[in-house]
Design a protein around this ligand. Sequence first.
Ligand SMILES: *Cc1c(COP(=O)(O)O)cnc(C)c1O
Length: 458
Amino acid sequence: MAPAIDPTMDSNEFRKHGHSLVEWMAEYLDSVESFPVKAGVEPKDILNNLPVAPPEKGEPFERIFDDFKSIVLPGVTHWQHPSFFAYFPANSSPPSILAEMLTACLGLQCMSWVTSPAATELEERMMEWLGAMLQLPKEFTGVIQDTASTATLCALLSARERASGFQVNELGLPRDQLFTTYCSTQAHSSVEKAVKIAGLGRRLAGGRRPLCVVAAIGTTSSTAIDPLKEIAAICRRHRVWLHVDAAFAGTAAILPELRWMLNGVEDADSLVFNPHKWMFTNFDCSAYFVKDKESLVRTFEILPEFLRTPADGRVNNYRDWGIQLGRRFRALKLWFVIRSYGVNGLQQLIRKHIGIAQQLAKWISSSDDFELLAPVPLNTLCFRYRPSGTQATEDLNPINEALLQRLNATGRIYLTHTKLAGAYALRMAIGQTTVEERHVRSAWELIQSTARSSREPP
Ligand SMILES: *Cc1c(COP(=O)(O)O)cnc(C)c1O
């Protein structure tokens, strides 16, 4: 008897399943609003539905895809739901999804120019486009990193090497020369993580040499904007590396009316922003710009014999511009997105999101029993319920914490929270690709009715 052939996929099967997957994806994007935004599962619900051991024999694609629908889908939080207001968005768009499909199909490894010249050169041009969209000075050169966390680590390592005359790479950190990094209390946790990884020590102490300042343009809690020009002047005076973390808000700087946020960037050393948050480009895609490209490349360059090529010196080998050797072809989705929308189209959508957020800010300010807890310069609101007669933060905090749980349990919206000066705040970021004012209006109605009804005993 002939041995049974395991059902792997030939190109006809691939074509068939590919078409039906695209159908499913289009349907999903059209109907994502009908799903509960936040996964309602308990820990291990999904795990317990997955076989403990891998299958010995191949399985047909239909069965795998059925399990995707019945096991995986109920356990996902729908990040592309228009009423997803949690964290920051990781929005996407049809052209970006199509580019990701092509990226997966080509399956490139973009470590060096020679491993795919088009990927390297498209990345170079896309970073020029993004730099122009942000009106960055010409001296900035860009490279795509996976995340802002990685970009910030690259900035700290480059700062460390430049300040030490590239000696820490050679000899390790000297005992008699300790460095320190400055940022505000609202800086993203990735700064602290980078300080730890870079061997700088996160416990601040006097007597250390200032190495780097990280300015936040759009903090994660409330999109607060550090005064870049003033900070840059101090950094310049003391020859300290200035890294600008605009991971989320950088996208808004493509609007002429908001470009002021980056005033002073001409005196910064590096900047990161994430097209994968608010610029309709699938995660992951983080744009890192650096003024002194040499310090970046000198920090990371390693040239073992097997990586040497005749083109070195004339081309960008992006493996030397960051931590990873292997790199995904991320420039393609940027190219598809920027060309599909055009800069004007991107600007219009970002402007629309900010407009909706400003509308909600007005509704909250004019309400008797809600209050904003921070200014709303962009699209992110921090606010709380404050029923009449309750004033003290220690009383309001548990009320708002319970309100958030109730709201998210409805499955109709998803918000997260933050604490600002001890006050528990509901936090709502409005940047979904398909969000409309009607979504935010009904979210606001739900928030008010849930808050007011929660005052009565359940
Ligand atoms: C989201 C965010 C980060 C981290 O971004 P990743 O790309 O997930 O590493 C860093 N800084 C700020 C201000 C952010 O909002």
